[in-house]
Design a protein around this ligand. Structure first.
Ligand SMILES: NC(=O)c1ccc[n+]([C@@H]2O[C@H](COP(=O)([O-])OP(=O)(O)OC[C@H]3O[C@@H](n4cnc5c(N)ncnc54)[C@H](O)[C@@H]3O)[C@@H](O)[C@H]2O)c1
Length: 270
């Protein structure tokens, strides 16, 4: 049997309450990890924890707002207290706003960077410090096996390609891609891998609230695989990046968009 290396590992999923976060928490738990779920929406978060424990997984709810550094530090400490360590940290949070670039206000710009990027800086520092210390202790005790850990976040194709009305969101996601590379290189000596997934369009509850069936059918025509992603499609890539299957992968942003971004937009053939 292929081993994902996640059995008994402590994981923190920020933004676990719905969509890609819930799907990632479920997959990590299914792979044997103990999962701490953080979400500003306590009702959603607790429902996911109940779902995980109902499936026989070890899961806890952690309080807090990922945009507040003290909350992030406390969430990491709570995960370590609950599970005895932190091996996997996943940052799902990121709120997309659509604004024509000429109408974008200074506030919109600043808020996008807070909603998309600032919290990855918070979480990577808090989780990275714990993971470095764990690795140092494991080496001092000459424990074999993987030291360090894995930090994974969610980018977007809007951070890699031009996406109309996503000037601020796209620039912040591009910053997330850059931060992922720098973190990966700085933390590699400690055995910590840092990666991101860049989804195209995903059928998350937030997106489905504002998407008509006609619009979805129209959008799906431009996707080679013929459909928008389900949250699970993205969570599977996050699981891979958090697992030992990705033991030699770091600093990468893996695009999961059904082939949309590699398709030449004009049809020149018959
Ligand atoms: N849905 C898409 O089509 C799509 C496409 C590309 C990228 N993404 C990215 O995927 C990620 C998840 O998107 P989604 O659509 O599943 O989001 P979502 O809004 O449906 O879910 C995110 C979860 O995070 C929680 N959350 C929000 N702010 C928080 C905070 N400050 N602290 C803690 N929890 C908080 C929310 O309550 C929610 O449960 C985002 O980073 C988004 O930019 C989504």
């Amino acid at each position: 049997m292929t081993e994902l290396g996640l059995t008994g590992k402590g994981a923190l999923v920020a933004g676990a309450g719905q969509g890609i976060g819930r799907a990632t928490a479920l997959l990590l738990a299914g792979a044997g990890a103990k999962v701490a779920c953080m979400d500003v929406d306590a009702e959603r978060r607790d429902a996911v924890v109940a779902e995980l424990t109902g499936l026989g997984a070890e899961a806890v709810a952690v309080e807090g707002d990922l945009l507040v550094r003290a909350d992030v530090d406390a969430a990491v400490a709570a995960t370590v207290a609950a599970f005895g360590g932190l091996d996997v940290a996943v940052d799902i949070v990121g709120v997309a706003r659509w604004n024509p670039v000429l109408e974008l206000t200074d506030e919109d710009w600043d808020q996008s960077f807070d909603l998309v990027l600032r919290h990855l800086f918070f979480l990577s520092q808090a989780a990275g410090r714990v993971m470095v210390e764990q690795g140092t202790k494991a080496r001092a005790a000459s424990q074999s096996g993987t030291t360090g850990g894995a930090i994974t976040s969610i980018a977007s194709v809007s951070g890699l390609f031009a996406a109309p009305f996503h000037a601020a969101y796209g620039a912040a996601k591009a910053g997330l891609v850059s931060l992922t590379k720098t973190l990966a290189v700085e933390l590699a000596p400690h055995g910590i891998r840092v990666n991101a997934v860049a989804p195209g369009a995903v059928r998350t509850p937030r997106v489905l609230e504002r998407l008509s069936l006609e619009r979805e059918a129209e959008s799906s025509k431009s996707i080679p695989l013929g459909r928008m992603a389900e949250p699970d499609d993205i969570a599977k890539v996050a699981l891979f990046l958090c697992s030992d299957l990705a033991s030699y992968v770091t600093g990468q942003t893996v695009v999961a968009d059904g082939g949309a971004s590699v398709k030449f937009p004009l049809s020149l053939g018959g």
